[in-house]
Ligand binder design. Structure first.
Ligand code: FAD
Ligand code: FES
Length: 250
């Protein structure tokens, strides 16, 4: 059930120039599943008016965490909030990743790791993770991920790390043959490339992707987040953000 909570900031750490980890102390028990998101309202004022959607990065005990890249006004304000300040979060929203039955493959592009970390953590030692970023400094939580996953394949566009190039190419080379269901989150260009690879290889592997459209109400009312699918337009906030890849019109 969606609830509005005012939670205290217990961590707001810059992990890179642009990426922050925000942790909040949960007072009432919170239930949320991997792939779902919350709307975070930055302040009491009306600017920005709307909360910003962030995926659940981690939820354990009395702590919920979000990993975010500073993009514009809202996330900039978020990145500057101090320990002890309170922030309003509403949620959880959206459809979660269907729970994997056995081993599974995960593809994370850049900040897309924010959406899949909790999935990997919920199902330890079952994920083969393909994780790509522009450079090594943006590969985050490497040690934790290595401990949680069966195997981690790191690709960077700058060429440092195990594989040079985009993460989908590493997946094409090493991941397809694993023959496992796929869970992916990353920029739209990565999702399109992944679909191309699956089509070229006539793969019928199950593939679930989380889409990060712009959002307004988060409740299914404003149609500000629609995306075209094979069954017409769907709202990312309520009918997503997780979709089957072959359902999307890319
Ligand atoms: C379901 C969902 C889950 C998300 N989870 C995360 C997450 O865990 N971590 C994270 O860093 N980001 C996540 N995002 C994206 C995040 O919500 C946006 O980056 C954020 O709302 C931007 O707000 P802003 O006020 O900083 O930027 P704005 O001032 O609103 O916009 C600044 C720039 O960012 C672009 N932008 C705005 N929203 C998005 C978006 N959704 N996707 C891509 N570009 C955008 C705008 O086009 C503009 O160029 C998620 C989005 C959705 C829909
Ligand atoms: S954000 Fe309003 S319908 Fe999705």
């Amino acid at each position: 059930m969606n609830k509005i909570n005012k939670l205290k900031i217990i961590k707001n750490q810059a992990l890179t120039d642009e990426i922050h980890l925000l942790s909040l102390k949960v007072s009432d028990p919170l239930e949320a599943k991997p792939g779902q998101f919350f709307l975070l309202k930055m302040n009491e004022r009306y600017d920005p008016l709307l909360g910003r959607p962030l995926s659940i990065f981690d939820l354990e005990g009395d702590k919920i965490s979000f990993l975010f890249r500073v993009k514009g006004k809202g996330t900039k304000i978020l990145s500057k909030l101090s320990l002890g300040e309170e922030i309003q979060i509403t949620g959880p929203f959206g459809r979660w990743y269907p729970f994997p039955q056995g081993e599974f493959a995960v593809i994370a592009g850049g900040i897309g790791i924010a959406s899949v970390f909790y999935l990997i953590k919920k199902f330890p030692e079952r994920a083969y993770l393909f994780y790509g970023a522009r450079n090594l400094s943006e590969i985050l939580f490497y040690e934790e991920l290595k401990n949680l996953c069966k195997e981690v394949f790191i690709s960077t566009e700058c060429g440092r790390g195990e594989y040079k190039g985009v993460v989908t190419e590493t997946f094409r080379e090493k991941g397809l043959k694993l023959n496992l269901p796929i869970y992916a989150c990353g920029p739209m260009i990565m999702i399109k490339e992944l679909r191309k690879i699956l089509e070229e290889n006539q793969s019928n592997l199950q593939c679930f992707v989380a889409v990060e459209e712009r959002m307004a109400c988060g409740l299914g009312a404003c149609l500000g987040c629609v995306i075209e699918t094979t069954e017409g337009f769907k709202r990312v906030c309520t009918e997503g953000p997780v979709f089957k890849i072959d359902e999307l019109k890319l």
